[in-house]
Design a protein around this ligand. Structure first.
Ligand SMILES: Cc1cc2nc3c(=O)[nH]c(=O)nc-3n(C[C@H](O)[C@H](O)[C@H](O)COP(=O)(O)O)c2cc1C
Length: 155
């Protein structure tokens, strides 16, 4: 994410990174009190994230692969998109996906993310693959860094 940001900033874009793993994002409890129109009954950091997403042109979502799917933190966030989900379309979207599997394994994650974000009305622009990494930070020594930098530079 840092390399994508560096490339995008070099091209003159304003970039903000939100670490949802360390924010207070509760799971959707499926109460449908929002009536799909909001507001959500849960008062947490989701409102901060949604405000940022709505005011951005380009969105980049990064996730490790956990048991062949996205991590739970990103899934929690996506589920909380339910109120006014129609508002979250019209963005250009990139994904950064890491995992110890090869690209074919990580493509399972890409497939589900494409499904979600295209259904919301966004345009998926591309994916940066951090394949073959297990240890935290291992991805720093892979070609994914250059790919992320270039993708950021070209938005
Ligand atoms: C609970 C758990 C489940 C995992 N499941 C998979 C998996 O199904 N496929 C895979 O390629 N990597 C799997 N991994 C490896 C992580 O994807 C890898 O550690 C992570 O991408 C490292 O990058 P990070 O520095 O971004 O966390 C798993 C790791 C954990 C902790």
């Amino acid at each position: 994410m840092d390399e994508f940001k560096r490339g995008a900033e070099e091209s003159g874009h304003k970039v903000e990174v939100l670490d949802v793993c360390h924010m207070n994002i509760n799971p959707c409890i499926g109460c449908i009190q929002c009536g799909y129109e909001g507001p959500c009954v849960q008062k947490d950091d989701t409102v901060i994230v949604k405000d940022k997403l709505l005011s951005s042109d380009v969105l980049v979502f990064a996730t490790p692969t956990y048991f062949s799917t996205m991590n739970g933190m990103l899934k929690n966030l996506i589920d909380r998109f339910l109120p006014k989900w129609q508002d979250l379309g019209k963005h250009d979207v990139y994904f950064i996906i890491t995992g110890h599997d090869g690209k074919r394994g990580l493509e399972l994650v890409e497939k589900e993310l494409i499904t979600v974000f295209e259904n919301l009305g966004n345009t998926v622009m591309g994916t940066i693959w951090g394949e073959g990494v297990w240890q935290k930070g291992e991805v720093m020594n892979t070609k994914a860094m250059l790919e992320a930098y270039k993708a950021g530079k070209n938005i």
